[in-house]
Write a protein that binds this ligand. Structure first.
Ligand SMILES: [Zn+2]
Length: 235
């Protein structure tokens, strides 16, 4: 597994699958050599842990293990003390139907929490807070995904959202919300590029709205080498 900088990163990909039978498919497998990037999701709910599991596993692992019952390849969240937690919850080859159009060639990251479509709609009574710990967890999840992508496929790799791979008129075009997009854009590994206009099923998918787009970092300016300093010249 690629090296991680945050403390609580768990590889649960070899644990028994906890998804309901209709939420994954053991016969349809993904080919990681064809991966194209990362697709971002929110869980769409606050995510906590039960005391009996905290006692058994400790809180970080208890939280990570909740990811086993969600369809995202990687999930990330925070403990009550805002410690970042990242879980690789499924083997990369597992097809889990998480936003079907985006499932075959994309590593999904599910951010634990409920976030509004646009951050201006944030209601502290309903929505999750984007804390420093959660930002670190998202950064760790992206780093983990980028590490696996580099090992499996040749790139280039892009970052899209569930909104862009909606499957039908009732699909979640608000997922993952501006707060998640903003946190992800702030910590994209160099090998991942935000791809706000790519639509996997153009009849249903939607490009990023302006509120999400404003978080895309401008491309790094690489100074051109001054020819005179290019190489020492032998006279
Ligand atoms: Zn989603």
């Amino acid at each position: 597994m690629p090296q991680q900088q945050i403390q609580h990163v768990f590889d649960l990909s070899q644990e028994p699958c906890e998804l309901a039978p209709y939420r994954w498919n053991r016969h349809r497998r993904r080919d990681p050599s064809k991966f194209a990037g990362v697709v971002l999701h929110e869980w769409g709910t606050r995510v906590g842990t039960e005391q009996r599991f905290r006692l058994r596993y400790g809180e970080p692992l208890a939280l990570a293990r909740r990811a086993l019952a969600a369809p995202y390849t990687i999930s990330c969240g925070v403990t009550r003390a805002d410690e970042p937690v990242v879980a690789l919850a499924h083997p990369l080859e597992r097809y889990t139907y998480s936003s079907d159009a985006g499932n075959t060639y994309w590593i999904s990251i599910g951010v634990m929490g409920l976030f509004p479509f646009e951050s201006a709609q944030h209601d502290p009574r309903r929505h999750s807070e984007m804390t420093d710990g959660l930002r670190a967890a998202i950064a760790g999840a992206l780093q983990l995904a980028a590490g696996w992508l580099a090992l499996c496929a040749s790139g280039p790799f892009s970052v899209i959202t569930h909104r862009q791979c909606a499957n039908g008129p009732g699909d979640h075009v608000v997922c993952p919300g501006e707060a998640v997009v903003e946190a992800a854009c702030a910590t994209l590994p160099p090998s991942l590029t935000a791809d706000p206009d790519r639509l996997l099923l153009p009849e249903f998918g939607r490009p990023w709205p302006a509120s999400w787009r404003r978080h895309i970092a401008p491309p790094m300016q690489v100074p051109l080498l001054d020819e005179a300093e290019d190489a020492p010249r032998i006279v």
